[in-house]
Design a protein around this ligand. Structure first.
Ligand code: CA
Length: 221
């Protein structure tokens, strides 16, 4: 999952970026509203974390422009503004949730998972295709009735990218985009290495290779 963090406070931004990286997200961090809109126009994200008090273009303006251009990316507002009217306006403008600073990073991660669940149209917190199941809260996966195994951050990020749309084939670069943020070095065989690790933990049939195209988890087990 790739997340765009829009936050101008260096300390809060750094803390959130670290928490997201620990939570297996690929994170790109932007410090002002105008750059955020330009980035969102050319790069696809799974979720946006948006501060409201930003230099130049305000967070609410960013949200307005984004929804006016028909961009439906899941978006969570993170702000110190605690006025109820501001909160209502944010939600009515198309934010999916609202988190008041200061917050616990564990709550931020839980709310992000809840937004993904709602967007995915599923009430269950566990992703499954009928064969393998993956719990985004614990990063544990299991195959059929086999034992639960704990995945590394990047193994989790890769399997989650495939599990949100069983049957969809993702290319190497599409997988890399969901695992690595800007400035993170990607080794040439990183995807194969992670898939090798996942197959070792969960069995060789967990991920299917479509020769010359990419990888998938099967639809319906
Ligand atoms: Ca701010």
């Amino acid at each position: 999952m790739r997340v765009l963090l829009v936050e101008d406070d260096p300390m809060i931004g750094e803390a959130i970026r670290e928490a997201l990286k620990d939570g297996s997200y690929a994170v790109d961090w932007i410090r002002n509203g105008q750059t955020a809109l330009e980035t969102l126009a050319c790069q696809e994200y799974d979720l946006v974390l948006l501060d409201l008090g930003l230099p130049g273009k305000d967070g609410m303006d960013v949200l307005n422009s984004l929804r006016a251009s028909n961009n439906r990316v899941p978006l969570l507002i993170i702000t110190a503004r605690d006025g109820v009217e501001e909160r209502i306006r944010g939600l009515d403008t198309g934010a999916d949730d609202y988190l008041l600073k200061p917050f616990h990073m564990a709550e931020l991660l839980a709310r992000m998972r809840a937004v993904f669940r709602r967007k995915g149209g599923t009430a269950s917190p566990v992703l499954t295709n009928g064969a393998v199941s993956l719990d985004p809260a614990t990063h544990e996966a299991k195959m059929h009735e086999g034992p639960s195994v704990r995945l590394s951050n990047r193994e989790f990020a890769l399997l989650q990218a495939l599990m949100v749309r069983p049957g969809a084939i993702l290319s190497r670069s599409e997988l890399e985009e969901r695992i690595y943020g800007w400035g993170e070095e990607v080794e040439s065989n990183a995807v194969e290495f992670l898939i090798h690790g996942l197959r070792k933990k969960l069995g060789s049939e967990v991920i299917k290779n479509v020769r010359g195209v990419g990888w998938m988890v099967s639809k319906g087990g």
